[in-house]
Design a protein around this ligand. Structure first.
Ligand code: FAD
Length: 364
């Protein structure tokens, strides 16, 4: 048996960890010349932390990341509309919810997997089924013969394009900027993940370690000019001064800009000895902060199924275990993206009223 994991993102690396622990021979093929994720933070909710803790990574992650106790939704002036305490999860599972720089998360996963299992500069180009095997061809001209393929190659998955029916991308019609900077949030937000909702735009920020804050700013596409030069602080001028400070103090060359989109939920995640995982299977808009957490859950479920049967069986059964929840995340995130970007003052007022007065604060 020789398994190919295609893609060395969070999903592929966690899958590698799972296969390594199950003593299944594998190689991870990554298109990039080095394993790295630059420039932004990520939130690891308790579902992801439970999996990573099972592989003994919790203390290492704590040492690099920052604990989050509360999720806050506010108006543009940072007036609280709703808050959700995460301390209950912490007590229930004995694990912190964490914000961390992506580069640190990748480094931790990569080191745990071990470089000997990872081949870089391997951009998958084509796949040919050869009896019970597959021949993978890469853009550098090399080939590999494998028995199984796990496609963890992200939203634009080549594995999916080559072996599965076409999917439908959905544009959220929103543009997102992300940044990380040296910054110390006020004590009141030190352990909070804050998302401030304005008119057709929102801004989120969280401390990811003692020195750095990660933020993201999202705006409806039709509210900005199509050219590349956007004055972000000006676009968010009606927001709280902290927002202005974060945007102004981030070096422009450290900004990551991209459109938000997902994939219309689809059900063909597997075929004989091949499966899709993570964004390749269920790419979501980031509004619930769950895309990577869901990829980590996928890998975990494969691992649990491997304890009960063969890899063929695990690949066959895993979509049935994972699909309902993953699709729920995709659909809920999609709706949340619409609600948080309302521009109609009546709709916004009603939304904020419901959040502030009719939705219980989950503080425990
Ligand atoms: P990817 O991270 O896309 O990795 C795919 C890998 O495959 C890449 O390394 C790529 O180089 C490689 N690859 C691609 N094509 C090929 C090929 N042909 N051959 C070989 N290799 C290839 N999720 C959270 O859980 N929490 C958050 O707080 C959060 N915040 C987010 C904020 C934003 C703005 C965005 C856009 C997303 C956010 N997400 C978050 C979602 C998360 O980033 C993704 O869901 C997650 O990274 C998906 O992981 P993946 O491994 O499936 O795919």
């Amino acid at each position: 048996m020789q398994v190919a994991i295609v893609g060395g993102g969070i999903g592929g690396l966690t899958t590698a960890l799972v296969l390594k622990n199950a003593n299944i021979p594998f190689t991870l093929y990554e298109a990039a010349s080095e394993i790295r994720q630059v420039g932004a933070g990520i939130i690891l909710a308790s579902n992801a932390m439970q999996v990573l803790a099972k592989y003994g990574l919790d203390q290492l992650l704590y040492s690099k990341g920052h604990r989050i106790d509360t999720m806050l939704i506010t108006d543009a002036g940072l007036g609280t509309l709703s808050q959700f305490s995460l301390k209950g999860f912490e007590q229930q599972y004995g694990l912190q919810n964490l914000a961390i720089h992506r580069a640190h998360l990748h480094e931790i996963l990569w080191k745990e997997v071990g470089g000997q299992h990872i081949k870089l500069n391997k951009r998958l180009h084509s796949v040919i089924r050869d009896g019970n095997n597959f021949v993978l061809s890469f853009e550098d001209g090399s080939t590999s013969l494998v028995t199984h393929i796990i496609g963890a190659d992200g939203i634009k998955s080549k594995v999916r394009e080559l072996l599965f029916p076409a999917v439908q991308y959905r544009s959220a019609n929103q543009v997102c900027w992300r940044g990380v900077l040296n910054f110390q949030l006020p004590v009141s937000y030190e352990h909070g993940a804050v998302e401030a909702w304005g008119k057709g735009k929102r801004m989120g920020f969280v401390q990811i370690n003692e020195q750095e804050v990660y933020w993201y700013a999202v705006i409806n596409e039709d509210m900005i000019a199509t050219d590349q030069t956007v004055d972000l602080p000006a676009l968010f001028r009606e927001f709280h001064p902290i927002v202005k400070d974060l945007l102004e103090q981030t070096s422009p060359d450290k900004l990551i800009r991209g459109p938000l989109y997902d994939i219309q939920p689809f059900t063909t995640w597997n075929q004989s000895r091949v499966c899709l995982l993570g964004d390749a299977a269920h790419a979501t808009t980031p509004n619930l902060g769950q895309g990577a957490c869901q990829a980590i859950e996928d890998a975990f479920v494969l691992g649990e199924l491997l304890k009960k049967g063969t890899l063929d069986q695990a690949i066959e059964c895993y979509p049935a275990v994972r699909m309902e929840k993953a699709h729920y995340v995709v659909n809920t995130s999609w709706q949340l993206g619409k609600i948080s970007h309302l521009t109609n003052p009546v709709g916004m007022g009603l939304r904020n009223f419901v959040l502030k007065y009719l939705t219980p604060d989950f503080v425990n």
